[in-house]
Write a protein that binds this ligand. Structure first.
Ligand SMILES: Cc1cc2nc3c(=O)[nH]c(=O)nc-3n(C[C@H](O)[C@H](O)[C@H](O)COP(=O)(O)OP(=O)(O)OC[C@H]3O[C@@H](n4cnc5c(N)ncnc54)[C@H](O)[C@@H]3O)c2cc1C
Length: 303
């Protein structure tokens, strides 16, 4: 494929062979063959159409806070929606574009007296990424607040979906297979002071147990039903285990941190060792929570 596959009006928004490590919280990842910085729905639609025509893989980049990108990078097109970050609160609702940061959304809701989304405090990344992953934790998950989502579905059509039409599950949603453009989220009326205090408390809890200042992608593995992956990893003696600069955080077993110049290969090898040890110790095969570009056979980690 050449640049000519993109409609002339967005060619200025397309870059070639851009290292992706800078866009991930792990600071890991080789180059994107093409990186498109979309500034409007039309840019997104044109990019999706160009990929379909040229039969190229399309990857959607949010805040890169749940991504493990191969050292060789990805062939095809990476689409960034970072410039699409408008947000407007009205009543107990907020209308937000996918590229907006989740942290900014929480702050805006708090100030507008919209309660609920404060339960997502401390989760990095964008609103689009949070919807694709159904981000959340013990206080809330984003699906709790979804009223409507506008996306380009896997068939390349623009579609508006109500909450009931979206397949949300534990740290996953069907939205991952298309491009989320914007959403309307709804919370409950609450006093801003109450929300700010609750947000501070959640942040205090997280900072006490998670290595927030280090390069990571948050929890590497999903919690198995009724159990905690971090606890199983800890009990299997994996805290502090390292492959090169990839280290299982001594603070939280489910965080693998990049302590310097870790590569994707090192993180994958460490994930494999952790998976194997947990399987041997507890008979449980952990599943990765982080998304891998290009996609990998997750079961091979346990081999
Ligand atoms: C320190 C730390 C703490 C974390 N804590 C939590 C936590 O408490 N709970 C939690 O759930 N997660 C947590 N995470 C993981 C991560 O922040 C979330 O999964 C987040 O929602 C990912 O959003 P993102 O924008 O960074 O997505 P990315 O990492 O960029 O992408 C993740 C997936 O979403 C897709 N995607 C991104 N944007 C769109 C879009 N517009 N349309 C369609 N698909 C899209 C990508 O293609 C990819 O498949 C943590 C991460 C870190 C580094």
């Amino acid at each position: 494929m050449t640049l000519s596959a993109f409609p002339p009006r967005i060619r200025a928004r397309v870059q070639r062979e851009v290292p992706l490590a800078q866009f991930t919280t792990w600071r890991i990842g080789g180059p994107a063959e093409y990186l498109v910085h979309a500034a409007s729905l039309r840019d997104v639609a044109d990019t999706v159409a160009a990929c379909k025509t040229a039969n190229l893989p399309l990857y959607v980049l949010g805040g890169g806070s749940n991504l493990l990108i191969d050292d060789a990078g990805v062939r095809g097109v990476v689409l960034s929606l970072h410039a699409m970050k408008k947000m407007q609160a009205f009543g107990n609702k907020v209308h937000v574009e996918a590229g907006a940061s989740l942290g900014t959304l929480v702050t805006r809701c708090n100030h507008a007296g919209i309660g609920g989304p404060h339960g997502l405090a401390g989760i990095p990344g964008t609103v689009g990424g949070a919807l694709a992953m159904n981000a959340g934790g013990r206080h809330a998950e984003i699906a709790d607040f979804v009223e409507r989502v506008v996306w380009i579905n896997p068939q390349g059509e623009l579609e508006s979906l109500y909450r009931e039409e979206i397949d949300f599950g534990y740290r996953r949603s069907g939205l991952r297979f298309g491009v989320v453009i914007e959403a309307v989220l709804a919370g409950r009326h609450a006093a801003p002071a109450e929300l700010l205090a609750a947000t501070r408390e959640i942040m205090r809890e997280k900072l006490a147990v998670q290595p927030y200042q280090e390069f990571s992608a948050g929890c590497c593995f999903q919690n198995p039903m009724g159990s905690s992956a971090g606890r199983l990893i800890d009990l299997a003696g994996c805290k502090g285990l390292a492959v090169g600069d990839a280290v299982v955080s001594p603070m939280h077993g489910n965080f693998i941190v990049n302590a310097g110049r870790a590569s994707c290969a090192e993180v994958l090898e460490l994930m494999r060792q952790v998976t194997q040890r947990v399987a041997q110790t507890h008979g449980v095969v952990l599943k990765p929570e982080v998304q891998m570009w290009p996609a990998r056979d997750v079961l091979s980690l346990a081999a």
